[in-house]
Design a protein around this ligand. Structure first.
Ligand SMILES: *Cc1c(COP(=O)(O)O)cnc(C)c1O
Length: 416
């Protein structure tokens, strides 16, 4: 269906090939624009979780070994799906733990400071958990964050990072840089960073590079393998809709997987499954990223994650989601300009390549916090991030163009 040049929300929704996927989700009453914080529940998550509760009831411990859903291998059911989302081989990704835990495990492997090369580069406004993780890794290895933790910040008067500033920070610290750890999409501004260029620059100076993909996985297209990224980690409760505290993901590039010289914290779930239950104490690393697994996998949260990943596949995967997302971004930009021109400023970069679906809206006329509270009162689900930003993220899998339109109308009323 073709739509006119300045299509209305109704016209865009009518022409949207993904519109039917909204019914796959239960969405709280109101306008739900916080899939960047907690994705909506896929209706079928209940069935997937119930299947495992029923198998637990009928099979008991035999559930670990019985059938296609045997719990001992259950985490592998999502490897191909996660690989498609992050652009990797299936043996480079695993669903395990939580995001910050995975950052720590991967820093144990890829932050290997020496007296001359000991610095970690992060962003000055990193998500606190990432900041804490990097700082504590530095201390843990006997270094001092005052000299080993370096940051890159937006220029004064600017809100987002300049790509050239990131690359020049990497070059500036050159021989002393051990690790670059940056987000794929920045949690506050929604800025997408040039991951391929960052990876290349880090490798050029001999540093490792890892990405926190909390706001990138399921939001933008990624090619971790081809970009040569050393490691990455992400949570699944944001754009991957796995539910609160859902199982996180981890990526390690294939070239590191068989390298037994890489230090690693290990547990029984990383050892060869053929001998795992023989209870041998000689660690025989699995020939995949699964060798980074410590514990047996949490089946109920994984079942919920599978429900969402199956829907994403049915919708055509991340390229189809991103195609709709770009249309939604364009529509959102247009509606903001039409209705709110100047009174609300979006801090997110305007170029498609530099943003995901999240908007970081700053109210410039009036009190942002009050506007946010009024939005909440009107049952708009968005969020407030100190000091002065309202984050709103239309998620292509279940948000309509009408959601965006109504959001802008309500915002306009509040700002007026
Ligand atoms: C959401 C988010 C986290 C949360 O970490 P958890 O370990 O899942 O609690 C960490 N870092 C970033 C960048 C995030 O966006």
């Amino acid at each position: 269906m073709s739509v006119p040049e300045r299509p209305t929300a109704a016209e865009l929704d009518a022409a949207d090939p993904l519109a039917r996927f909204r019914d796959e989700f239960e969405i709280p009453d109101g306008i739900y624009l916080v899939g960047n914080s907690l994705g909506a529940i896929p209706r079928r998550a209940r069935a997937y979780v119930n299947t495992e509760l029923d198998r637990w009831g009928s099979l008991g411990v035999e559930g670990h070994f019985t059938g296609d859903l045997a719990w001992k291998d259950y985490h592998e059911l999502v490897s191909e799906q996660l690989a498609r989302l992050v652009g990797s081989r299936p043996d480079e990704v695993v669903a395990m733990n939580a995001l910050t835990v995975n950052l720590h495990l991967l820093m144990i492997s890829f932050y290997r400071p020496t007296t001359t090369r000991h610095k970690i580069l992060i962003e000055a406004h990193a998500f606190p958990s990432d900041h804490f993780a990097a700082e504590s890794q530095i201390r843990q290895r006997g270094f001092d964050p005052a000299t080993s933790l370096i940051t890159v910040a937006p220029r004064s008067g600017e809100e987002t990072l300049r790509n050239e500033d990131i690359l020049s920070a990497i070059r500036e610290h050159c021989d002393s840089l051990a690790l670059v750890m940056l987000p794929g999409v920045q949690y506050y501004t929604g800025q997408a960073l040039p991951m391929a260029d960052i990876a290349a620059a880090a490798h050029e100076v001999g540093a490792h590079v890892g990405f926190d993909l909390a706001h990138a996985a399921g939001n933008i297209e990624l090619s971790l393998h081809d970009w040569g990224v050393d490691f990455a980690a992400w949570c699944s409760y944001k754009y991957l809709n796995s539910g609160p505290g859902g199982v996180a993901g981890a990526f390690v590039h294939q070239r590191h997987i068989d390298d037994q010289s890489i230090p690693k914290l290990v547990g029984w779930w990383g050892t060869n499954p053929e001998t795992r239950f023989a209870m041998a104490t000689e660690f025989d690393a699995m020939p995949t990223v699964e060798s980074w697994q410590l514990s047996n996998a949490p089946i109920l949260p994984l079942a919920a994650l599978r429900a969402s990943l199956d829907i994403i596949d049915e919708a055509g995967g991340i390229s189809a989601l991103r195609a709709k997302s770009l249309q939604q971004i364009e529509f959102f930009d247009r509606r903001l300009a039409e209705s709110l021109g100047g009174r609300v400023v979006n801090l997110t970069p305007t170029a498609f390549a530099e943003r995901g679906c999240q908007f970081a809206l700053q109210v410039t006329s009036g009190n942002g916090r009050e506007v946010f509270e009024a939005l909440e009162h009107a049952r708009v689900f968005c969020d407030w991030r100190e000091p002065d930003v309202i984050r709103a993220a239309p998620v292509p899998l279940y948000n309509s163009f009408d959601d965006i339109d109504r959001f802008v109308n309500i915002l306009e009323e509040q700002v007026a």
